[in-house]
Design a protein around this ligand. Structure first.
Ligand SMILES: [Zn+2]
Length: 449
């Protein structure tokens, strides 16, 4: 008899490893780690604290949201039908200037609830007050990669202060909670950070041994402005700043030349495809087929809840596939299985955690979701990957397990009081809107230090 904490029996397992799909499967978990994945009939006898009946359910790796701004759930629906520059400068940045750390905490908690309920077990975040995002993720029981936003946008001092803050967060949180929280540095974008600041970020990241998370080539006008100002592309500027490395996580990657793609591939840079945000802000459509053909690892992201307006990775998987097929007028582009890889094992590679998560196999951390497949829109189950990408919804997720802990069971969140979180986040959002925008409180806060 083998001792385990959790045993899931009789499920169909989409392993995302070389084991492929296992029918009548069994997964067992001990001390946060998967100790067995395989056919039930071949499994040893397990004694466990918790047996989960997986009949009619699909078990798969928890989804990895490679690019979001979790606290921005407070801004959901606040800046609609405008393009990126107006969205940022006229809507989002003035509101962010009024943000307090509590707002960030409640916004992040609200997003954590949404993510748990739609099967996301790990998210890669970029925002301010990331210590509050860490607090929310810790309480929710989620895995996350924190990136403290760094920006100077013409204010030299601001860049230095935010970089100092980001380094502080990295030192405090990288590898914390038994590795459930890791950290990257988060220079916002090439257009909002000077080349010298980018270089400093690269040097600090190197010293800390952490990755860098940035928005890259998201807007055509910004891309053109950079080219005009510096005579170089955004990718070339990152290259000169020493940031093109395997641990650079580049969100969007829309307006790239063939030379940019070749340069990114040469340095094994990781890309994040955020199809819904790209469509909603009319930023353009990234050339995912070309990035993949160049050998670049591409993860999937929702982007922030203010430009999506959801954190449902099932929505994102479907949009990811459909948009590329339409772009290239070729239905063979991004087959369903590849899209599931992007949301799981490729996402894990993108955030540097492929040895820890992204597939269901013995030795990896137990980040597992169970999908209730006994639903009319999921029947019949001819092609499991197509079902997951084109038919499944976040609300089909029945159970969410992170690091071997059941954080949602039968759609009930066990780590947080869902209704209390919704109430407090809603109150924080309305308070923020009614707050007077006298000065940029964020800058003030850091200048006082
Ligand atoms: Zn973003």
């Amino acid at each position: 008899m083998v001792m385990a904490d959790i045993v899931i029996r009789d499920c169909t397992i989409v392993t995302m490893s070389k084991m492929g799909v296992i029918r009548q499967g069994l997964i067992s978990v001990k001390d946060g780690t998967i100790i067995y994945v395989g056919r039930k009939i071949e499994a040893p006898m397990f004694e466990a604290d918790e047996f989960i009946d997986g009949n009619g359910k699909i078990a798969m790796p928890g989804l990895i949201n490679c690019h979001t701004h979790a606290p921005m759930s407070l801004f959901r629906g606040i800046a609609e039908d405008v393009e990126l520059s107006e969205w940022l400068k006229e809507k989002i940045w003035p509101l962010e200037a009024k943000l307090r750390s509590d707002d960030v905490y409640y916004g992040a908690l609200l997003s954590c609830v949404e993510m748990i309920k739609s099967g996301v077990t790990c998210f890669s975040d970029m925002y301010f007050y990331e210590d509050m995002v860490a607090k929310a993720a810790a309480e929710a029981g989620l895995r996350c990669i924190l990136s403290s936003g760094i920006i100077n946008a013409g204010h030299k001092m601001l860049g230095r202060i935010l970089l100092r803050e980001a380094v502080k967060v990295a030192k405090k949180y990288h590898g914390s909670l038994g590795g459930r929280i890791t950290v990257m540095l988060g220079p916002h974008a090439v257009y909002s950070c000077s080349p010298s600041l980018l270089k400093k970020v690269g040097e600090e990241a190197e010293k800390l041994g952490v990755g860098v998370h940035i928005h890259l080539a998201e807007s055509k006008s910004n891309y053109d402005n950079i080219k005009e100002t510096y005579g170089k592309s955004e990718v070339e500027i990152l290259c000169e700043a020493g940031l093109l490395k395997p641990n650079l996580l580049a969100a969007h990657c829309i307006h790239l030349s063939d030379e940019d793609i070749a340069l990114m591939a040469k340095h094994n840079v990781k890309a994040v495809y955020n199809p819904i945000s790209n469509m909603k802000l009319a930023s353009g459509i990234p050339r995912i087929r070309d990035l993949l053909n160049a050998g670049i690892v591409v993860g999937l992201g929702t982007d922030g809840p203010a430009s999506n307006n959801s954190l449902d990775m099932f929505d994102t998987m479907k949009a990811a596939a459909l948009l590329q097929k339409a772009k290239y007028m070729d239905p063979r582009v991004l087959p369903a299985r590849k899209v599931v890889e992007m949301a799981t094992i490729d996402g894990a590679k993108a955030v540097g955690l492929e040895s820890v998560i992204g597939s269901l196999e013995a030795g990896k951390k137990a980040d597992i979701i169970l999908i209730d497949a006994e639903k009319p829109h999921l029947k019949p189950l001819h092609d499991i990957y197509a079902t997951l990408v084109y038919s499944a919804r976040g609300s089909d997720v029945n159970t969410t397990i992170v690091d071997g802990r059941i954080v949602m069971d039968e759609r009930k969140i066990k780590t947080l009081d869902e209704h209390e979180v919704i109430e407090k986040a809603e109150k924080a959002a309305y308070d923020l809107l009614s707050r007077k925008d006298v000065v940029r409180s964020l800058i003030e806060k850091f200048i006082k230090k």
